[in-house]
Design a protein around this ligand. Sequence first.
Ligand code: ATP
Ligand code: MN
Length: 536
Amino acid sequence: MSYPTIVLPVQALVKLGLQNTPNVHYQLTAEELIQDTLRTGEGVLNDTGALVIQTGEFTGRSPKDKFIVKDAITADTVNWNDFNIAIDEKYYDIIYKKIIQHLDKVPELWVRDCYACADKRYQTNIRVVNEKPWNNLFAYNMFLRPTEAELENFTPDWQILSAPSLKLNPEECGTRQSNAAVVSFKHKTILIAGTGYTGEIKKGIFTILNYVLPQEKNVLSMHCSANMGKDGDTAIFFGLSGTGKTTLSADPNRKLIGDDEHAWTDDNIFNFEGGCYAKTINLSEEKEPEIFNAIRPGALVENTTFFPGTNTINFDDASVTENTRVSYPLHFISNALEPSIGGLPKNIFFLTCDAFGVLPPISRLTPGQAMYQFISGYTAKVAGTEAGVTEPKPTFSACFGAPFLPLHPAKYAAMLGKKMQENKVNVWLINTGWSGGAYGEGSRMKLKYTRAMISAALDGSLNNIPTTNDAVFGFAIPDSCPGVPAEILTPRNTWENKEAYDEKASYLAGLFISNFKKYKDGADAAIIAAAPIQKQ
Ligand code: ATP
Ligand code: MN
């Protein structure tokens, strides 16, 4: 797409407080942004033509440095917690000023108008002002791209000001350290300073939509991926980071709606974004052809390295970070649905990466179990790279997305419960994590088996297969599944030491129970009855 005739009115920048309006590049094409990144020496092309950059000090989001301004709008509506950290209005003003002063000094700026929400009824216009051309390319890849006509009368609903090279003084700015992402609902502005990590840009907008849509539009926003079958049947995949939303939604037999952020309205499922943000660690053409082939001109690859003396990416190298990533427009996936609006869902998958190796690889949930799992939002992370540390770290994150949810989890859970009931959806729990033992002992479920299980759930082949209830969690485990060896379906069977399995299962049940205590008061009998049983 090119926008030759449209220029950003200077007043727009002056309105922001920018006086010098340095060399401002407005609405550049992807090719131009790539050229600017190469020209400023901040990136190189790999041998398939993608732009490879380093995000700098930060190679992931920094949840402890994300603030919401506490003001008349948010004080009584935001669920203040470890992820929704309050910052005083006076600090917003200070940080805003610092960023504007900083952006007034840098030699060039890249500005882009784009929007979120594929369903026009909810279109949210965004103006992104970047110090770095590759941050602007990220916005181009990840948000929706307006047509030339749509740009003529474009008024931003929200703006993002991003200044990665600006270090804040925590004492002066009321922050924890020198970087921060600050959301102001009053000013409809997201300020980003001290971090170049691109994900802050997309998750900032996700945060505001998770506030606005459920509260003001009665629309459920969700941290999930989505795809649609040939008959228009939509499936959604909830899950915390690393559980497989992006990987499993890119299914050559189904149309991709989106890989991370969606809404469920009375008549559809729509994507907030216009692109995908996939992990590239251990990426291979054989296992993930769709994502592998998206690494081409226009794609933005972050924090990978090359094989020495080449421009070939070594996807197995985690020396910069485990969290290597690539962003690309949705249509880089061959069967993407555009506009990315699908029908009402028939199947919901809760993805978990259970590194304890306890949960079954596929099971069917009752409505009560579904609510219990949604509110719990469980996954486990494998230990870092420290030698000898093998104990997985459990994570419970309400609604599979607590870091991005400004409202109380009960709000999203109530909406989901109602929609699940009205739409009579099937709900499945998929463990993409360990089998045959915990991390260190067993191994991760083979991607091809997980894909086969999901296909079987979607095409109805599991409907007539008998099930056996899990003794601790109560989930209905199919006795067999096409394309999957039957013996891996029941985790206890895959462990050599059955006693060790029972012990771990009981331990995990205990973690669920103690985590759920804080939600018990608001939960009905069916949900409470869906708790696992902790054997002594
Ligand atoms: P985020 O919210 O951070 O974007 P995500 O839920 O989209 O996370 P993915 O990016 O899909 O997670 O990550 C899943 C990772 O696990 C991929 O690197 C994938 O190759 C790997 N993987 C290994 N085995 C499986 C499996 N059985 N199912 C799904 N993913 C698997
Ligand atoms: Mn993802």
